[in-house]
Design a binder for this molecule. Structure first.
Ligand SMILES: NC(=O)c1ccc[n+]([C@@H]2O[C@H](COP(=O)([O-])OP(=O)(O)OC[C@H]3O[C@@H](n4cnc5c(N)ncnc54)[C@H](O)[C@@H]3O)[C@@H](O)[C@H]2O)c1
Length: 432
């Protein structure tokens, strides 16, 4: 861009904060807008619980550098941001409640943006949305509130967000991008904004295609994992190792099976079907295979409880009344994000069955009644444990020493292929 980039990133969560800092590190003048005052306060104080890092620096270190350099600050005020910027990148998400996506946060962003939008501004939506949302929901709000015409007075684009938590900084720069523009001029503005930080080619298509592509990219992973769960049930019944089976099948250059685990978690994959579903219903299109895959993945915590119950019985113990340690609450390995984590479902099922559950996850900051402060507290005297998400502490664990702290004839259920198959004495290791 010939003009200095002055951009506001709307929503300062797992995506928005590292995205804002990436722009700042490249020299842009960046304002982060978040509706939550505590988020803004914490960020402006140079604090963050996010685990991202880049070129040997942690996110809080990068944050403090950019705050000190005056290239980044956070605010709750759209007006304050509007006085400084001419481009907005929106990253507020659509939470899903009982299978229904909530467009409330995104509509509220559009309302607030509409009230401060100026001629010549660019709006880029990077949230994952119900296909059609940018043109059918956001555009009318922006035009009505601002009194400006999209594509003429201001530019509207959609660019799907493809980063994986834990690799955000690197992937903002290296991950291939797809972009939709309301018109050619909008796409051009969007491309300029992206190319300030991205080193990859940008594929330009229509907004509707880019919105839909994002959702189906996530759904294909959900379906792949559901398929692998069925393969895992077959492997268990057949007496062969699931992880070895997948490793062998994946040596085929056109096969890419994902690994099973305690279910599918996180904000992205489990929600994807619920973003496609409302549009499919409106269009009268059936999604039977995709819905069944979702059900299979939602059912994994029940499968795990069944496995544990059987293994405990074989050890002469009952599930009811047993103490079970659950190691790893995060939605995936080495993450501190436990939103929509299947481990919460697993714990709920265990509690329903009368199990005493003690969980432990050194990376997840959220408090829960069942969460212990140390590994020792979680496993002491436990009849069984689940390994449900890997954290550094678990990856470096001496399992032989750990089982000595558990009750005799303990059961270890390994959903991550990390626990040695043979452990001393009467311990039983079960692997999904
Ligand atoms: N987390 C990921 O790894 C990831 C990856 C790819 C895509 N996505 C998508 O990116 C989007 C953001 O995800 P996230 O994980 O960063 O979510 P998040 O919940 O961590 O962050 C969203 C932020 O938006 C703020 N917000 C809500 N309403 C607002 C408003 N009206 N004005 C200003 N701020 C507002 C919230 O306070 C919150 O801090 C979602 O659509 C998600 O599906 C996320």
């Amino acid at each position: 861009m010939t003009q200095p980039v002055r951009v506001a990133v709307v929503g300062l969560g797992f995506v928005g904060l590292p995205l804002a800092l990436t722009y700042a590190m490249k020299g842009a003048s960046v304002i982060g807008i978040d509706i939550a005052p505590h988020v803004v306060e914490e960020i402006n104080a140079g604090r963050s619980h996010h685990l991202e890092s880049y070129q040997g620096k942690t996110l809080p270190e990068i944050l403090r550098e950019q705050l000190d350099a005056g290239r980044f600050r956070a605010t709750t005020s759209y007006e304050e941001a509007a006085a400084h910027v001419n481009a907005y990148i929106v990253t507020a998400g659509l939470p899903v409640h009982n299978g229904d996506p909530d467009l409330g946060p995104l509509k509220s962003c559009a309302q607030s943006l509409g009230s401060v939008l100026k001629k010549g501004d660019t709006v880029m939506i990077r949230s994952t949305v119900v296909p059609g949302t940018t043109e059918e929901v956001i555009l009318p709000i922006l035009e009505e509130v601002s009194g400006l015409a999209a594509g003429k007075d201001f530019y509207l684009t959609y660019c799907s967000e493809r980063i994986a938590e834990g690799r955000a900084f690197e992937e903002f720069i290296k991950m291939p991008l797809v972009l939709g523009g309301l018109n050619e001029e909008s796409a051009k503005k969007g491309e300029e904004l992206l190319s300030f930080i991205s080193e990859t080619d940008v594929t330009i298509s229509s907004i509707r295609i880019v919105e839909t592509a994002k959702v189906i990219e996530n759904i294909q992973r959900d379906v792949n994992i559901a398929m692998v769960q069925e393969f895992a049930r077959f492997a268990e019944a057949f007496g062969i190792d699931t992880f070895e089976l997948i490793k062998v099948a994946n040596t085929h250059t056109r096969v890419n099976l994902l690994t099973p685990g305690p279910g599918v978690g996180g904000f992205c994959l489990p929600n994807a079907l619920y973003y496609l579903q409302p549009k499919a219903q409106e269009l009268g299109v059936g999604l039977q295979l995709l819905q069944q895959a979702r059900q299979i993945n939602d059912g994994v915590p029940d499968v795990l409880v069944g496995m544990l119950e059987q293994a405990l019985q074989e050890q002469g113990k009952n599930l009811r009344g047993s103490k079970v340690a659950v190691l790893g609450l995060a939605m995936k390995d080495f993450s501190n994000d436990d939103r929509v984590s299947p481990v919460h479902d697993l714990i709920a099922r265990l509690l329903e069955k009368g199990v005493e559950v003690v969980s432990y996850d050194p990376a997840v900051p959220t408090s829960y009644g069942h969460k212990a402060d140390s590994l020792e507290d979680a496993v002491r005297g436990a009849d069984a444990l689940f390994l449900t998400a890997v954290q550094k502490e678990f990856a470096e664990m001496d399992w032989t020493a750990l089982v000595k702290q558990m009750a005799a004839s303990a059961v270890l259920v390994d959903t991550k292929n990390r626990i040695p198959r043979e452990l001393d004495g009467s311990v039983k290791v079960v692997r999904i």
